[in-house]
Design a protein. Structure first.
Length: 123
């Protein structure tokens, strides 16, 4: 059962990373470089959590609950730094940094939502 979940999640991450790359190329062709950078950031977040999923599977050694707990813990720990960076940028009226951190936080929210949906549908 865990293998099916992990397969679906890996497919999801691969699709999202590919979409970010595709959008990045399209935006670059239109010379929209700020948006290219934002797509790359989003793609990086997907890559980070794809790697975390792999680590969760390895460390849990087949224990479904341990895999889920590890992944969910990381979706809370890692974004806490991004939320702090967002608040700091907000204090300094740094709109670009705020947008970067906002993209990261929105992306991890999407990842958490998708992870939960896939995990629960396979139960």
């Amino acid at each position: 059962m865990n293998e099916q979940r992990v397969e679906k999640l890996n497919r999801y991450f691969d699709e999202q990373i590919s979409l970010c790359g595709q959008r990045s190329k399209e935006l670059s062709a239109d010379d929209r470089m700020d948006e290219v950078a934002f797509e790359k950031i989003k793609g990086n977040v997907f890559e980070i959590f794809c790697t975390i999923l792999s680590a969760a599977v390895k460390t849990s050694k087949g224990d479904n609950e341990a895999t889920k707990d590890f992944f969910i813990l990381k979706t809370e720990q890692i974004p806490s730094n991004w939320a702090a960076a967002y608040e700091k940028a907000k204090q300094h009226n740094d709109a670009v940094s705020m947008r970067i951190e906002q993209i990261k936080l929105e992306t991890v929210d999407e990842i958490k939502e998708t992870f939960t949906k896939i995990w629960e549908e396979e139960e």
